[in-house]
Design a binder for this molecule. Structure first.
Ligand SMILES: [Zn+2]
Ligand SMILES: [Zn+2]
Length: 213
């Protein structure tokens, strides 16, 4: 084999198409190299996230398409019906919001939607919302932080914050970050309205979300 000189880094060990020093750029403008995909926590984009590589500082953004929105709406209705059948109050919009957020995590990580309702499953006995953790979804958030409620009960679960935005018949989802429930319950983050607000900048990066414990 004849010797090749890489015109990106001048190495004679590889062809330019295999160059680990090939520059890449994130949508936020951050610059890295192909080698960062293996060693530096950069990642390939997830489905619905566009075509660019993503740096470790950027949240996961993806689109929930109309067909998927319909699936979420179906499960939201099922959850709502289940609560009503138990004589409890139900808010279909908050169930929809919850389902979009959970679905976004399921889609991003290709993991199991463990919180989904099906007939015969008791809502009280469900496990986490998703295999990767509990999900807190919001369409708007004037506090710019993740809310945790006293009723949140999975002390060993990662709580993932998903911000949602309607765009026509799509729902745009941003997986902002996550926190352990126990570390999110700091006195200084308590809000007199009855919940904690973990500031956005105090959340852990999605890249550090643990695998199913
Ligand atoms: Zn090279
Ligand atoms: Zn970035």
């Amino acid at each position: 084999m004849s010797e090749v000189t890489c015109n990106i880094c001048s190495s004679t060990d590889h062809y330019p198409v295999k160059c680990p020093n090939m520059p890449i750029q994130c949508r936020c403008g951050a610059k890295g190299h192909v080698s960062d995909l293996l060693t530096g926590n950069w990642r390939w984009p997830k489905q619905g996230e566009g075509s660019r590589y993503v740096c470790p500082k950027c949240p996961i953004k993806l689109i929930i398409y109309p067909k998927e929105v319909k699936t979420c709406d179906y499960w939201a209705q099922a959850r709502s019906d289940e609560r009503i059948s138990q004589g409890k109050e139900a808010n279909i919009n908050s169930h929809k919001t919850g389902c979009y957020g959970e679905y976004a995590v399921v889609k991003a990580y290709d993991c199991e939607w463990t919180g989904k309702f099906y007939e015969g499953q008791s809502w009280e006995n469900r496990s986490w919302d998703t295999e990767r953790g509990e999900v807190r979804a919001t369409f708007s958030n004037h506090h710019n932080g993740m809310k945790l409620y006293p009723s949140d009960s999975y002390l060993d679960a990662p709580y993932i914050w998903v911000k949602l935005l309607r765009r026509g018949s799509n729902v745009k989802a941003e997986l902002v970050g996550w926190v352990w429930l126990r570390e999110g319950r700091k006195d200084k983050w308590w809000n007199e309205e009855g919940y904690w607000i973990v500031p956005r900048e105090k959340l852990r990066l999605m890249e550090t979300l643990p695998c199913t414990p």
